[in-house]
Write a protein that binds this ligand. Sequence first.
Ligand code: ADP
Ligand code: ZN
Length: 191
Amino acid sequence: MYKIQNTGWIEVITGPMYCGKSEELIRRVRRAKIAKQKIQVFKPIIDDRYHKTNVVSHNGDQVEAIPIDHPDEILKRLNPKTDVIAIDEIQFFDQQIIGVCEELADRGLRVIVAGLDRDFRGKPFGPMPQLMALAEYVDKLHAICVKCGNPASRTQRLIDGKPAQYDDPVILVGAQEVYEARCRKCHEVPG
Ligand code: ADP
Ligand code: ZN
C-alpha cells in the first residue's frame, strides 16, 4: 500500500482456510512497522488455534496481538498514537465490528482486517459481506484444493473423516474434526 495522507480506509483480506489471510496480515503489519507506523493488532479470544496472544499463520509466522472478546474493546484499548489497526479472524465478531471499523477509518486510521468469507456450508460468514462492501480494498485469496489442485475458495469441514452435514452443530463434543481447503467442484455439504 502506498502512503496515503490525511485519510483512513479499510482493507479486507479474505478467502477460505489456508489461503494465507494471516500470512498476508502479518506481512502488512511488518511493513507498517518498517515504515515506523504505530500499529495495534487484535484478535478474538475464541481463536486459540496456536497461541493465545499471537496471530499465527499456518506457515509458522507470527505477530503479537491483543485478544479481545467484544468489538468495543478495540476503541477502549486504542492508543491515541496508533496509525494502523489490524484485526485477524474478524468473522467471529458480531455485527458491531462493522461500526468499529468504520469509526476507526473515519478517524483517519488504516484498518486491515482478515477473515473467512464463508462458513463450512459455503454461506457468507457473519459481518464479512458488509465489511467487504464498505472496504476501500478487498483481496480475495485462494488456497489449493486438496482434492484436485484447483484454486480453493471454500472450507471443507470433515467430522470423523466424513463431510459435515449442512445442519451439523458448529461445536461437536468428542468428534474428530478437521477443515481443509477445497474448490467449488470438490466442496461437499450433504443434507
Ligand atoms: P489462513 O489465515 O487463510 O487460514 P494462513 O496464513 O494461516 O492461512 O496459512 C497459509 C499457509 O498454509 C500457506 O502458506 C501454506 O504454507 C499452508 N497451507 C496448508 N495447506 C494449504 C492449502 N491447501 N493451500 C494453500 N496453503 C496451504
Ligand atoms: Zn477441487
